[in-house]
Design a protein around this ligand. Structure first.
Ligand SMILES: CC(=O)SCCNC(=O)CCNC(=O)[C@H](O)C(C)(C)COP(=O)(O)OP(=O)(O)OC[C@H]1O[C@@H](n2cnc3c(N)ncnc32)[C@H](O)[C@@H]1OP(=O)(O)O
Ligand SMILES: CC(C)C(=O)C(=O)O
Ligand SMILES: [Mg+2]
Length: 518
């Protein structure tokens, strides 16, 4: 099986994404991770672009051990010399020289004739070859270049000593069939084509970058170029993780391997996303948050029976822990039962069916059902919504020059005692929560606090969600009122009641399911 070389340009073409600017330190950290991923060639930047990028390319070249590190350069001596200045001490230096070849670029951008392009391409490669052991030449906008002219350029740069010939579909214009055809044409029509490695470089303007790159692999290219998460100029570059997983998953078809350590994909993707600030869409292939998540009942049932029903690759292959079963509106009984079991609830089919009705009602109001919601459903059904404490009154003293103080009155429904306590706090909400802790004698850690408006207008209902933690238990509470301080108090007491129910078994009801979990 042949091995396809991976050329990563996250640090150069990826950095050309509007708004992205990586420091030298970030580039080094990413390059080392790309090396762990098993990338063969890392394009670290464009040394002539700025002194900062030259320094970044230098640092990457000296930090990276086994991969070849290249700098991009225009077909001008000054750029090539800057690239050498940056990489002369690199362990494995290389250069990537480019010159546009298409009629549009020749006429409007370069103002050059075909002969001038041929001359310039050849002389640039000759010069680059004086410095670098590894020279790649790219025919920018090769995808829109006359095939016969591409062959002429190819012959000239091969003669000048190029090691790699890259034909980019710079503007993402070609179809897979057309792109593959270019490489077949070159193989058949260029003298000494076997002296160079052929490389593919695609852009995603029509969403075809991965398909085009795979078509190039089918046409026999030796190297593919792209970025992690598909970031890059305009709609971005080919996502290397997509190509890698296509080759790994469809070995039967492509008959090609890579040198990649696929398990590093998830980590690399997260690092790129974090450092560039470019978030990965949930539905992105291979690395999106939903790439291995299943929400609908029929799929979840299939997954529980055998994961091959709905997954063509396992998340563990790319470094994720496991597939995710997301409970929501479209989920069915099989997944619901499985979730209850994983949470430690052993229930009869009848109990599950009863609970499933409530679960479906809840899904109409809430997009994603979390474990705490399920636990609440169980508690609500078998421990009832009976409360240990009910809120009677809250009173607040607040002034922008004084410490907020809250006094809270509750009733302990177990013996109908009326209890009252007061506390100061950093703010009114904090004072209320501390007063509730005192009056109930419970010590809670506030993990989350969210306010949402349920209705519109001045009399809008405010809805407060709190998440409380006690030891290793986490519960949610919800409170609604036209006053957000009252809603906060109600939410907190709701959560305290749930915590007591969870911890002490609450007010025991007959036929409650057994929780074998913590
Ligand atoms: C498809 C790609 O991704 S190509 C890479 C794109 N990346 C970048 O451009 C990022 C880094 N670029 C830069 O920092 C700047 O553009 C620089 C430093 C390289 C050049 O800046 P400037 O000298 O101010 O030129 P500017 O960018 O405005 O224009 C580009 C010039 O290079 C010429 N040029 C473009 N490509 C090439 C090439 N491959 N070889 C030779 N000349 C080229 C253009 O025709 C234009 O020349 P002109 O000034 O005679 O009209
Ligand atoms: C510099 C070249 C290879 C490029 O990025 C492109 O043509 O898309
Ligand atoms: Mg590009």
């Amino acid at each position: 099986m042949r091995r396809v070389q991976f050329f990563d340009t996250t640090l150069r073409d990826g950095e050309q994404s509007p708004g992205v600017n990586l420091s030298a330190k970030e580039k080094v950290a990413l390059a080392l991770q790309l090396e762990r991923l098993g990338i063969d060639v890392i394009e670290a930047g464009f040394a002539a672009a700025s002194p900062g990028d030259l320094e970044a390319v230098r640092q990457v070249g000296e930090a990276v051990g086994s991969a070849t590190v290249v700098s991009l350069a225009r077909a001008v001596p000054a750029d090539i010399e800057k690239a050498w200045e940056a990489l002369k001490h690199a362990k494995n230096p290389g250069i990537h020289v480019f010159l546009a070849t298409s009629p549009i670029h020749r006429k409007y951008k370069l103002n050059m004739t075909k002969d001038e392009v041929l001359e310039r391409a050849e002389s640039a490669v000759r010069l680059a070859k004086q410095y670098f052991p590894n020279v790649e030449f790219s025919t920018e906008d090769g995808g829109r270049t006359e095939k016969a002219f591409l062959c002429q350029v190819a012959e000239r740069v091969i003669e000048a000593g190029a090691d790699v010939l890259n034909i980019p579909d710079t503007v993402g214009y070609l179809t897979p069939q057309q792109y593959g055809e270019i490489f077949r044409y070159l193989r058949e029509n260029v003298r000494e084509i076997d002296k160079v490695k052929l490389s593919a470089h695609c852009h995603d303007d029509l969403g075809m970058a991965t398909a085009n790159t795979l078509a190039a692999i089918e046409a026999g290219v030796d190297q593919v170029e792209g970025t992690i998460n598909g970031i890059g100029e305009r709609a971005g570059n080919t996502s290397l993780e997509e190509v890698a997983m296509a080759l790994a998953t469809r070995k039967d078809y492509y008959q090609a391997t890579t040198g990649l350590n696929l398990k590093e994909i998830a980590k690399t993707s997260r690092m790129v996303s974090k450092m560039t600030g470019m978030f990965v869409p949930g539905n992105k292939a291979v690395v999106g948050a939903n790439a291995f998540a299943h929400e609908s009942g029929i799929h979840q049932d299939g997954m529980l029976k055998n994961s091959s029903t709905y997954e063509i690759m396992r998340p563990e292959m790319v470094g994720y822990e496991a597939s995710r079963m997301v409970l929501g509106k479209h989920s069915g009984r099989h997944a619901f039962r499985d979730k209850l079991k994983s949470m430690g609830y052993e229930m009869s089919d009848e109990q599950i069916s009863q609970l499933f009705v409530r679960f479906k009602e809840l899904t109409d109001r809430k997009k994603v059902i979390e474990d705490e919601d399920i636990a609440s459903l169980v508690e609500e059904r078998w421990a009832g919504e009976k409360e240990v404490y009910t809120l009677e009154t809250i009173q607040l003293s607040y002034g922008n020059q004084s410490v907020p103080t809250a006094s809270v009155q509750v009733v302990d429904v177990r013996d109908q005692r009326r209890l009252e306590e007061a506390s100061c706090g950093n703010g009114s909400v904090d004072a209320i929560f501390k007063a509730i802790d005192r009056v109930t004698g419970e010590s809670m850690h506030l993990v989350d606090f969210q306010i949402a408006s349920v209705t519109h207008g001045k009399d809008a209902l405010g809805e407060v969600y709190v998440k409380l933690k006690q030891e290793d238990r986490i519960v949610q509470g919800r409170g609604v009122s036209t006053d957000i301080l009252e809603a906060s108090a109600r939410a907190y007491i709701h959560a305290v009641n749930r915590m007591i129910a969870r911890r002490d078994g609450g007010i025991k009801m007959e036929n409650a399911p057994v929780s074998v979990g913590s």
